[in-house]
Design a protein around this ligand. Structure first.
Ligand code: UD1
Ligand code: MG
Length: 450
C-alpha cells in the first residue's frame, strides 16, 4: 500500500518561551524538524508533506528539498493542520501517516510497525500509545468495557477520573486516506476553539469503524518537546540511546552521562571515551583510541590507536598512532599523518604534518606543509598572514626548527636544515644549512647525513 506522510509543524510552540520556532531548537546537533523529516522519509520512502505556519521562512530554509510545504494560515489545531494537506494528497495514497514535528526520538521501526498494523487491520486509524506513570501532558486513551479504543481526551479537557488513565496518545497515527479526507471536515470545534485531530478517533468509532493501537515500550521514543524541560529530557534520552549502542558495539564509555556523541558519529571497537567528551557532526574514530577527557571533536576523522587529551578539533584528519594534547587545537584542513606527536598549546590549521613530526609545545602551524620527521621547537610560529593575504610555508623532511622560530611566509626551509632558537626566517633556507638571527642568515652548511 502507498503511504504518504504528513508532519505537523505549524504550532506556535509558545511553551518554549523562545524567539525561534520550537521545531528549530537543537537536539544532538540537528533541529527538531530534521529528525521528523528523516523519520517521515524513511518510514514511507517518499517525500513528506510539511505543514507550517505563515512567516515560517526559517523552517522553509531548513526543510528545503526535503518536503513539500503546505501552509496553515491560522493555528486552529492539529485536525485543522492535517486538513491543509488534503489538497496535495487526496487520491495520491492509500494510507496517511501523521506525525508531530516535536517528537524527535520516534524510531523508524516503530513507525513501520504502526503502518503495518494499519495495513493488516480493518481499522480506519492505527495509533501509537504509551503506558507510563509520567503523563507529560499527553491526551488520555479512552477504552470501552471490552478494552477497545473509543476516544482520546486532552489533558486540559479530562475529568479527574480520566486523568487517572495511564495510557497516553503518542500523537502518531496512520489513517485510511480516503476515510480521513472525507471525514476530516466533520471535526467539531473543541471548547478551546481548536479542531483536534484526536477527535477523529471517537468519530471513527461512532461511524462503526475500528481503531487499532500499537503500544510503544520505550518511553524515550515518545518524548514530545513542548517545553525546555522536555527538550532536556530528549537530550538525555538521545545520549542514552547513542551511548548504549556504542557500548554494545565494543566502545568503552567511562561516564555515559557525561559523554555526548552525535547521531552521525562512527567509532571503532576498543576505543575508550573519557568523560566530558563531545563528538559531533560526521566525526569518525578508529579502533583502540583513547579520547578525552574534556575534548570537543567535530567533523574530524581519526585513525586507529590515537590518543587525544583535553583538545578541540574541527575539520581535521589524524592518521593512525597520532597523539595530541593536552590542549591541542586542530582547525579545518589540519592533516596529521601517521605517528605525529602534538603536545600542549599547539594549533594547526590548513596544514599537513608528515609522518613522525614532533610538535611539542606552544606552536602555531598554519597554511604549511611539513615533511617527515620534522622537529618543531617550542613557540614556533608560521607567520602566514601579512594583513592582506595568507601565505604558504614549506618545511623539508627532517628539518629541526629551533625554539621560538618565526617563519615569515611565503618561505621554504630545506630538508635537514636547522634554524637557531629565536630566528626570524624571511628567506628560503637551503637544504642542510644552519640559519640563525634576525633576519636569519646561513652561517654554516651542515654535513649531509646521508
Ligand atoms: C498533542 C495531542 C495529544 C498528544 C500529544 C503528544 C492533539 C489535540 N493533542 O498535544 O493528544 O498526547 O500531542 O505529543 O493533537 N500544530 C500545528 N497546527 C496547529 C496546532 C499544532 O501544526 O494549529 C502542530 C505543532 O507544531 C506540533 C503538533 O502539531 O508539532 C502538536 O501540537 P502541540 O501543541 O505540541 O500538541 P500537544 O499539546 O503536544
Ligand atoms: Mg506537543
Amino acid at each position: 500500500m502507498v503511504c504518504a506522510s504528513v508532519i505537523l509543524a505549524a504550532g506556535m510552540g509558545t511553551r518554549m518561551k523562545s524567539e525561534s520556532a520550537k521545531v528549530l531548537h537543537d537536539l544532538g546537533g540537528y533541529p527538531l524538524i530534521q529528525w521528523a523529516l528523516n523519520a517521515g522519509w524513511e518510514a514511507t520512502g517518499r517525500e513528506p508533506v510539511l505543514v507550517i505556519g505563515p512567516d515560517a521562512e526559517d523552517i522553509r530554509a531548513i526543510a528545503k528539498n526535503q518536503a513539500a510545504f503546505v501552509e496553515q494560515p491560522e493555528r486552529l489545531g492539529t485536525g485543522h493542520a492535517v486538513m491543509q494537506a488534503k489538497k496535495v494528497l487526496q487520491g495520491k495514497s492509500d494510507l496517511i501517516l501523521v506525525t508531530y514535528a516535536d517528537m524527535p526520538l520516534l524510531r523508524i521501526e516503530t513507525l513501520k510497525r504502526l503502518i503495518k498494523a494499519q495495513e493488516e487491520s480493518e481499522a480506519r486509524i492505527a495509533l501509537l500509545t504509551l503506558i507510563s506513570d509520567n503523563p507529560r501532558g499527553f491526551g488520555r486513551i479512552i477504552h470501552n468495557n471490552s478494552g477497545e479504543v473509543i476516544g482520546i481526551v486532552e489533558e486540559a479537557d479530562a475529568t479527574t477520573e480520566q486523568l487517572e488513565i495511564k495510557e497516553y496518545n503518542a500523537g502518531t497515527y496512520c489513517f485510511r486516506a480516503d476515510w480521513l479526507w472525507e471525514n476530516l471536515p466533520r471535526l467539531p470545534k473543541s471548547v478551546k476553539g481548536e479542531y483536534y485531530l484526536t477527535d477523529m478517533v471517537a468519530m471513527a468509532v461512532e461511524d462503526g469503524g475500528a481503531v487499532a493501537s500499537v503500544i510503544v515500550d520505550d518511553e524515550d521514543e515518545l518524548i514530545g518537546v513542548n517545553t525546555r524541560v522536555h527538550l532536556a529530557e530528549a537530550h538525555a534520552a538521545l545520549q542514552r540511546r547513542i551511548n548504549s549502542q556504542w557500548m554494545l558495539a565494543g566502545v568503552t564509555i567511562v561516564d555515559p552521562a557525561n559523554t555526548y556523541i552525535g547521531p552521525e558519529v562512527a567509532l571503532g571497537s576498543d576505543t575508550i571515551i573519557l568523560p566530558n567528551t563531545h563528538l559531533e557532526g560526521k566525526t569518525i574514530i578508529g579502533s583502540a583510541c583513547r579520547i578525552g577527557p574534556n575534548s570537543i571533536i567535530r567533523d574530524t576523522s581519526i585513525g586507529d590507536r590515537c590518543k587525544i587529551e583535553s583538545s578541540v578539533m574541527e575539520g581535521a584528519i589524524l592518521e593512525d598512532d597520532v597523539d595530541a594534547g593536552p590542549f591541542a587545537h586542530l582547525r579545518k584542513g589540519a592533516h596529521l599523518m601517521q605517528g605525529v606527536h602534538m603536545g600542549n598549546f599547539g594549533e594547526v590549521k590548513n596544514s599537513t604534518l608528515g609522518p613522525g613530526v614532533k610538535m611539542g609545545h606552544v606552536s602555531y602551524i598554519g597554511d604549511a606543509t611539513v615533511g617527515d620527521e620534522v622537529n618543531i621547537g617550542a613557540g614556533t610560529i608560521t607567520c602566514n598572514y601579512d594583513g592582506k593575504q595568507k601565505h604558504h610555508t614549506e618545511i623539508g623532511a627532517r628539518a629541526f626548527i629551533g625554539s621560538g622560530t618565526m617563519l615569515v611566509a611565503p618561505v621554504q626551509v630545506g630538508e635537514d636544515a636547522i634554524t637557531g632558537a629565536g630566528s626570524v626566517v624571511k628567506h628560503d633556507v637551503p637544504d642542510s644549512s644552519l640559519v640563525v638571527g634576525v633576519p636569519a642568515k646561513v652561517i654554516r652548511k651542515l654535513e649531509q647525513s646521508d
